[in-house]
Design a protein around this ligand. Structure first.
Ligand SMILES: [Zn+2]
Length: 301
């Protein structure tokens, strides 16, 4: 069986103190688990180089790009992001973005690829927000279009929070369709308009969630034939998530991922998945939730 292409850089983990509101340790623990389960070892991973300012400026204002690269983000914006943008955070944001670009290119050649970071969907054109510095998917989508590697791109975002930054950046680009299914009452308070938005009430469980997803998936490609799909596989719809407000089980997440991968792969559409959100002080349990996406993806390569 061919190995699932996995994109990873050790510096995805910027080494926040344990107990920080952003559970940075999940990136390192996830890689240990990927190694233990035989999905791949360090020698197999595809390592990105930091994204250039030119790439980042495809989706962000140059002023903001320069602020992040120069570690001079105004304190007010850092507060909205939720952490200080120092050297490690700046490097991490550039690596995660380049990792999503790499996953997209691998998906175009191999059919499927996963970045072990990314899905920073709250970052808007002018600034970061909600633990997101650069919007990796928006950068990668614009780069593929600019390079002519894709003519149409679909973003399907099943993180429990709305992909507001992605919607804002990609609005007006007809070649990109943005789809977000999220908790209605969850962050951000002020939602943006995606091409398709599905807002779910609090407490939705597996069967109702999957029924809605089954309704949604065919609509994502109605009148739109994408050359590539970006899938934000955030695990924060899980019942134990600290910020989620929905009630999916582990099995529910697995069935969700299986539906997404099978729907697009059966139609021959390449899928690049990005990690997305997931919040718990129990880093091992959290990393195991993210591992589900990689285990499921490996069945479709
Ligand atoms: Zn989220």
């Amino acid at each position: 069986m061919p190995l699932l292409p996995i994109v990873h850089a050790p510096a995805y983990d910027a080494g926040f103190a344990p107990g920080h509101r952003f559970p940075m340790g999940k990136y390192t623990r996830l890689m240990e688990l990927i190694g233990e389960t035989g999905l791949g070892s360090a020698a197999d991973f595809h390592a990105p180089a930091p994204a250039s300012a030119e790439w980042l400026a495809l989706a962000h204002h140059r002023t903001y790009v320069d602020q992040v690269l120069g570690c001079s983000v105004p304190a007010l914006i850092e507060r909205e992001i939720g952490f200080q943008v120092d050297e490690r955070v700046s490097l991490r944001a550039r690596l995660a973005t380049a990792g999503t670009v790499m996953a997209a290119r691998l998906a175009l050649s191999e059919g499927l690829a996963c970045n072990t970071a990314g899905g920073s969907h709250h970052a808007r054109r002018a600034q970061g927000a909600g633990f997101c510095t650069f919007n990796d998917v928006a950068v990668a989508a614009h780069l593929l279009l600019a390079d002519g590697h894709a003519g149409r791109v679909l973003v399907i975002d099943l993180d429990v929070h709305q992909g507001d930054g992605t919607a804002e950046i990609c609005a007006g680009t007809a070649a990109i369709r943005t789809v977000s299914m999220h908790g209605e009452k969850n962050y951000p308070v002020r939602k943006q308009v995606s091409s398709i938005d599905v807002a779910l009430p609090d407490g939705v469980r597996d069967d109702a969630y999957l029924e809605t997803l089954d309704w949604l998936l065919p609509r994502t490609i109605e009148g739109f034939s994408p050359d590539l799909v970006f899938y934000n596989a955030g695990v924060d719809p899980h019942e134990s998530d600290r910020l989620g407000r929905l009630s999916l089980s582990d099995e529910g997440l697995r069935r969700r991922d299986r539906r997404v991968f099978s729907f697009f792969r059966e139609r021959g559409i390449p899928v690049a998945s990005v990690l997305g959100g997931g919040y718990s002080h129990d880093i091992d349990a959290l990393a195991r939730r993210h591992l589900i996406t990689f285990e499921t993806a490996s069945q479709f390569i």
